[in-house]
Design a protein around this ligand. Structure first.
Ligand code: UDP
Length: 195
């Protein structure tokens, strides 16, 4: 996969279709992978937060989320072919899940929001069924319970909506314990989809 560095962070030059194809490969391996949706706020945070910067650099796939990232590529003379927004990916994966039998787990956001997002997705994709949803909080006290809940559901894809940079720091810190083939921080995507 060709990468374009923006502020020192390599980001894959992929379309949404290619992202889904790469995720299908990740799911086939059964090994844990961390996908980060890089937007300008992520890049600003990475400049002042070395731990977050390491998480972005160590991610298995970084995708260009946000028009600011696409514009930065264009200004550098290395344009991205597409913008791949995290909330679009959640919806696309719900559609794929119905067709391919992928199990999606929705972790985070305020209580009831993920369930509402799932209900909206089911209205659009009637055969879609989520593998589970839980709000919780990514604290050290709750983390063992969150990991147990996710593992019990045996998902192929885990969406984590705890806001940045926390959600991606949490995924990276618990990557092997969670063990989900595709794990992705999605920010306010559940709120947006529940809208
Ligand atoms: N959130 C949460 N627990 C927290 C902090 C945030 O569930 O301790 C949720 C919040 O309800 C929202 C999402 O994380 O659904 C963050 O959305 P935001 O648009 O702020 O994302 P960001 O732009 O910070 O990535």
């Amino acid at each position: 996969v060709e990468k374009i560095a923006v502020l020192g962070v390599p980001i894959a030059n992929v379309t949404e279709d290619e992202t889904v194809a790469l995720m299908a490969q990740m799911i086939a391996t059964r090994q844990p992978h961390h996908v980060v949706t890089v937007n300008p706020e992520f890049l600003m945070e990475a400049r002042r937060n070395p731990a977050f910067r390491r998480v972005l650099l160590n991610a298995d796939l970084a995708i260009p989320d946000g028009i600011g990232v696409v514009l930065a590529g264009r200004l550098q003379g290395r344009p991205f072919r597409a913008r791949v927004a995290g909330s679009d990916l959640v919806e696309r994966l719900a559609a794929e899940s119905a067709r391919r039998g992928w199990r999606l787990y929705f972790l985070g956001a305020a209580p009831g929001v993920a369930e509402q997002a799932i209900a909206r997705l089911q209205a659009r994709y009637p055969t879609f069924r989520a593998a589970g949803a839980y709000a919780g909080s990514p604290t050290p006290e709750e983390t063992p319970d969150l990991i147990a809940r996710v593992r019990a559901a045996q998902p192929d894809v885990l969406f984590v909506a705890y806001g940045h940079p926390r959600q991606d720091l949490w995924i990276a810190a618990n990557k092997d314990a969670l063990g989900v083939p595709v794990m992705m921080g999605v920010g306010g995507a559940f709120d947006f989809l529940a809208g």
